[in-house]
Design a protein around this ligand. Structure first.
Ligand code: AMP
Length: 279
């Protein structure tokens, strides 16, 4: 695997190879890699000629300083994991490389970045848009792979691509889960043993919501799940909501629209998210 830390060096290499008409697949990550990330790399490997994974803990998308400080950084083992799935190129820049000066850009994704995680993590999606646009400019991929675990992020990135006319395809990828159903996340390693055990209830609650949802009882299911969350003293919910899958606007009972349940909660000090298509 080739490793680059500088945009110029990455570009020099890619420009040399661009003329060969190869399809470039890109998997942006913040590292502390797990099987979920690797599934994206594998999907890129299957669909593209060259796969580039980036590892960059992007400071501008953290609205909580403590979260940024404690975010796991494991570049050495990440490199080995990427080699184990034959990733072709790792791009792992320092902060100064991506932000030679502060990025003052303000994006507006309408309703999309004002709701759910957009409302609970002010500035988060603006930071995501800043780094993703810089990475797309640096890598110039043909396809970029994003996990459906961050469902709202997939919609925001698609809107970013539309607004800035990036000539690339966003490929959404399924959620990888632990054997007990918990969605894989770099933050899971930060959970204590007790918190990790408690977190197994999250996918169970999502499945319960799916089981109870008739297409006509949104409010009832939402309040049932929130009351279940309230029974666990380790949990502090940010939201549990049933929304329209297309644009995350309010799901209307009986509308026949496709619905998705989305959850964000603190398990101890660690914020976890998950989602599940309901119909
Ligand atoms: P992150 O390193 O958390 O920024 O995630 C990098 C990419 O991996 C994003 O597109 C995430 O949606 C995706 N990802 C993270 N966890 C999972 C998972 N459990 N299953 C599938 N994709 C994931």
């Amino acid at each position: 695997m080739l490793c680059f830390g500088k945009i110029k060096e990455l570009r020099a290499y890619l420009d040399n190879n661009a003329s060969k008409g190869l399809v470039l697949g890109f998997v942006p990550t913040m590292g502390a890699l797990h099987e979920g990330h690797l599934s994206l790399v594998k999907e890129s490997k299957a669909k593209c000629d060259v796969t580039i994974c980036s590892i960059f803990v992007n400071p501008t998308q953290f609205n909580d300083k403590k979260d940024l400080e404690r975010y796991p950084r494991t570049l050495e083992s990440d490199t080995k994991l990427l080699e184990s799935v034959n990733c072709d190129i790792l791009f792992a820049p320092e902060v100064d490389e991506m932000y030679p000066e502060p990025d003052q850009r303000k994006f507006d994704f309408g309703f999309l970045d004002k709701t759910l995680d957009g409302a609970h993590r002010p500035g988060h999606f603006n930071g995501v848009a800043q780094i993703v646009s810089k990475l797309f400019d640096a890598v110039k991929p043909h396809k970029a792979f994003f996990g459906l675990k961050d469902y709202q992020q997939v919609l925001v990135v698609k809107e970013l691509v539309r607004q800035l006319n990036f000539d690339l395809e966003i490929v959404p990828c399924n959620i990888s889960r632990e054997p007990d159903g918990l969605a894989m996340s770099s933050r899971n390693v930060l959970l204590s043993k007790e918190e990790r055990e408690a977190a197994a209830a999250i996918p169970q609650l999502m499945n319960l919501a799916k089981e109870k949802f008739t297409g006509n009882n949104k409010a009832e299911v939402e309040s049932m799940i929130l009351s279940e969350i309230g029974k666990n003293p380790l949990f502090k919910p940010d939201y549990f909501e049933i929304r329209n899958t297309d644009d995350l606007r309010e799901y209307k009972d009986g509308s026949g629209e496709k619905a998705i349940a989305l959850i964000a909660l603190f398990c101890g000090k660690i914020r976890l998210i998950d989602n599940l298509f309901l119909n």
